[in-house]
Structures are given as C-alpha cells and as structure tokens.
Ligand binder design. Sequence first.
Ligand code: AMP
Length: 348
Amino acid sequence: MSKPTLGIIGGGQLGSMLATAAKKLGIRTVVFCDDIDSPAQKFSDNFIHGTYSDKEKINEFISKTDVITYEFENIPYETLNEINKTKPVLPKPSINRIIQHRLAEKDFINKLNIRTTQYVLITNKSEIDSVQNLLPGLLKTTTLGYDGKGQHLIDSIKDLNELDIDFSKGYILEKLVKIKKEISIIITRFSDKKYEIYEPIENVHEDQILKYSTIPAKINSKILEQSKSWAIHLAEELKYVGTLCVEFFIDKNENLYVNEVAPRVHNSGHLTINAYNISQFENHVRAVCGLEQIPLKKISNAKMVNLIGDQIIVYRNKQFEKNEFFFDYLKKDIKNKRKMGHLTTLIN
Ligand code: AMP
C-alpha cells in the first residue's frame, strides 16, 4: 500500500518538526499556513499559503493530501469540519472544538472526575463580586489565549476596575494555584487502548512562557501514577488519534490539577526527539497516517531549554558538545518573546 500524503495546517516550528518526522518515514507533506514566511515550508514537500477561510486554497490543499492534521488548536472549527467531509482530519474536529474553548475544555475534564483549577464563566464585571472566593485569580479569555496571552491577574475587585476589558469576548476566572511544580504528559493514541505514553516532563515557565523541560520529573509515585492515568483516561474518552499533551499543576500540598490539554504535539515534548527511540512528532505521524505502533524506549534523561527572542543569536555561532542538540526554527524575524529555537542536552 502506498503511503498517504500528510497535510499539516499551521506552519510554525511544530509543523517543521512534524514534516521532518514524516520525511524520515517516507511520507510526503503539504503545509497550509496563513503566514507567507512560515518556517515549516522549508521542511515540507509542498506549501500552500492562504487564510484559514480561503475556500479555493483549502480545496487545493484537500486535493493534494490524503489525511490532514494540525499543529495549533486555534483553527476555526468550521474549516476543520468542512475539510473533514472530504478527507479525514485527525485529531477529529469535534475534539478540537472542545479543547479550543477553555470553559468547554474544563467542563469536559471535570465530568470525568479529573481535577482542574476552580473556575467560573464571567460575562460582565459585576459577576466578579459574587465569586470573591476565586480571588486571587487569573482572568483568562475563553479562546485564543496561549503563553499567558489574554490573561490578567486579579487580586481584588480594585484590580478589575483598573482594567479595560471587553467581557463580550468571553472570559473565565480561575483561582490562582500556589504552584510547586508544573509537569506535562505526552501520549500518542493509535486506537482503542492502544497508545504510547512518555514519562512525565517537568516544566519551568518564565513570564508564562515555557523555558525549561526536563526528564525525569522530580515527583512522587502517587503524582506519577495519577498524571499518567488521567492522561490515558482523557485520550481514551476523546477517542483521540495522534499525539496529545496534558499540562498539570502540582500545588504545595501535592495535589494534582489539569491546567489544559493541547490536541497536538507540544513544546514540552521537544526533548523526545533525542531522548526516545520515537519522538512525539514521529508518533503523531504514525498514528494519523495509520502506520505501525512501535513500543517506546527511553534512550537518555534530558533537559531542553527554549531559546526566546535574541537568545538565539549566541547559539547560532556556538560549538556544541556531542550530547547537545541545537534546533534553529529558521524564523525570518527575531521578536521579543518569540520562540526561535531550542537546545536539548542529554544527561545521565
Ligand atoms: P496557560 O496559558 O493557561 O497554560 O498559562 C500559562 C502559565 O501561567 C501556566 O503554565 C502557569 O505557569 C501560569 N498559570 C496559568 N493558570 C494558572 C493558575 N490558575 N494558577 C497559577 N498559575 C497559573
């Protein structure tokens, strides 16, 4: 049987790494992106530039691919659903619809008896008066927020009065957790009860942007088991196909909370490229293209550091040790807070 051509919606570094993994498996890729300078086009076989509502370009994309996936979750549901009528979109658009909306996502997770932070939908300023028990809290947009974008720390009603917020955009207020540690679990599900799960990854954020990811995570055995079992439960309930990331908080009392679920490959899993026999990217391609599932084997412990903004410049001229792996995302412009590359160091 000939191998399918994989369509990837979104052209950032995750798209580049998916295309690289696909190439290794002999799978052709077509990247579809609204950014003419998208870095993933340098790694894919074909590139289509268009907005995510451009019907003509989307039809061209559909005609050139056999199965379609995406590297970020904020693609209009209508677009994914339309494409799915002609060619399979994996993970399913209905999954993306739940996860791209913070309220729907948290309601779904809680229904499974999996703990999240406490939260409430806020539709206008006056409602905060009645939910003082969630203060201090973070006011987050229900859609389109990432890396702390669209989030406001609210200590008291006074803070809120000082902010100029358009509540019609949709917000939730989330109680601030006294975080001891953040971890994530990456799992690739192939079909019913068939999955490969990576060990928990310990993450450190700076300015709400992921800075360091390390395996092994220094966590107790209860958290290890609970985080894995919640990730498996979520993937099974969603009947997910592909790679999924679950982000967790651990508080000072060793309680575990799901912060959010990413229906895609994830930044915290970059170290899987060098630390495992099969990376999260290769596993994603294997699952969505219906290729063989191969048991995961860890090769080494590892630490990844994200290179943000102009930090990339020094690394572009650096000599690396044998256990260091430098990735330059080849983005056209260096911007403040922009993820420009990463370095993974294998450690023993
Ligand atoms: P998010 O965009 O929701 O993943 O948030 C980005 C980062 O902000 C998280 O990784 C945490 O470091 C921090 N954060 C988000 N929500 C909370 C919360 N409820 N309590 C404490 N810290 C949070």
